[in-house]
Design a protein around this ligand. Structure first.
Ligand code: UDP
Ligand code: MG
Length: 331
């Protein structure tokens, strides 16, 4: 993925590679930031002692978020504070953080403490046990409106029907991944990023960690309906060409309807109770309408293929290569 970076401060890349990076997109979160930082640091210390960095990505906040981040980073060398040039949206802020972080394992987490940082230990344990990626799966969502819960549940189910990629249900961007998984993700060049779908597409050994999504610690959601809709559209169009195929199905329905209407028109004509020319007009219109839909459907199929090709995603990803060590030739 292509992210434009300024000249980084001297020594940023000379620091030792930490065992863990935490990437946190932040937008107008002055109300939660101090508490979030406290809990993140505590959770990280418990698991990896001092070998971690926290990358906060300020997504063009208009409140005191950025000055607070500057302050936090001045006091704590483990903090990398990143400011985007304007508000790019959650998914792109997250992507920018993923490009800049350096750790061997990477935790993605929202700033509002809806996803408990204390689950880090358990996630690390699953990776130690052989997983490449652990994603948090919400069993319950506290403190969210019935509307949000309902639309989210419906969305994940529709998405599942429309796509070939198995995008896990009820899963957000709370996940821990290993460096090889992140490096694979960074090879995906597309600009409309539905990050959780991209991670699902990558494959590798993924395991779910069920958890209860908490209430927001403070402040209010930065995902109003308009943004949720945009995310949903990015998800569907990013992973599915089924909508383009709609014309094909409509043409089949249209053709069947044309047969029925045509039979009715011919019948009426035979019984002589029609205006002259009516039957032929009705028959021809119905038939041509379905023929046009058919052509649109065919175009849709080709456009869909061009669209998928234009994404320029890699064709496949190799997880590992095993070769036997050459036999010891002996003395
Ligand atoms: N966020 C962001 N840019 C945006 C909107 C949100 O970086 O344009 C961040 C926000 O600060 C939070 C995370 O993305 O850390 C998730 O947002 P939020 O908690 O508001 O979404 P919700 O949990 O309500 O879906
Ligand atoms: Mg939230």
């Amino acid at each position: 993925m292509h992210i434009v970076l300024p000249r980084l401060p001297e020594g940023v890349n000379l620091r030792p590679v930490p065992r863990l990076s935490v990437v946190v997109p932040v937008f107008n979160e002055e109300a939660v930031l101090a508490e979030t930082h406290r809990r993140l640091v505590a959770a990280c210390r418990d698991v990896v002692a001092d070998s971690f960095e926290i990358v906060y990505v300020d997504d063009g906040s208009r409140d005191r978020t950025w000055s607070m981040l500057q302050q936090i980073s001045a006091q704590d060398p483990r903090v990398v504070a990143v400011a985007l040039s304007r508000n790019f949206g959650h998914q792109l802020a997250l992507s920018a953080g993923l490009e800049l972080c350096r750790g061997e394992r990477i935790l993605m987490i929202d700033a509002d403490l809806q996803d408990p940082p204390e689950l880090l230990g358990e996630m690390m344990a699953r990776i130690d046990a052989g997983a490449d990626l652990v994603y948090g799966q919400r069993t319950e969502r506290l403190g969210e409106t019935a509307f949000k819960r309902g639309t989210a549940a419906a969305f994940y189910r529709v998405l599942d029907r429309l796509t070939d990629v198995d995008i896990p249900q009820d899963t957000g961007d709370f996940r821990l991944v290993t460096r090889p998984v992140l490096d694979a993700l960074r090879q995906l060049p597309e600009s409309h990023r539905f990050v959780r779908g991209l991670f699902a597409w990558l494959g590798f050994r993924q395991v779910a960690l069920p958890y209860v999504r908490q209430e927001r610690f403070a402040g209010e959601t930065k995902y109003p309906l308009k943004r949720m809709l945009r995310l949903a559209i990015d998800a569907i169009t990013g992973f599915s060409t089924v909508p383009l195929r709609a014309a094909l199905w409509l043409s089949i329905a249209g053709f069947l309807l044309a047969m029925v209407v045509g039979a009715y028109a011919v019948g009426s004509w035979l019984l002589h109770d029609t205006v002259r020319g009516w039957a032929s007009i009705v028959g021809v219109t119905a038939l041509f309408a379905s023929a046009q839909l058919l052509c649109l459907g065919i175009l849709g199929e080709y456009i869909g293929r061009m669209f998928m090709q234009a994404k320029d995603r890699p064709l496949a990803i190799v997880r590992e290569v095993v070769v036997a060590a050459p036999a010891d030739p002996g003395p």
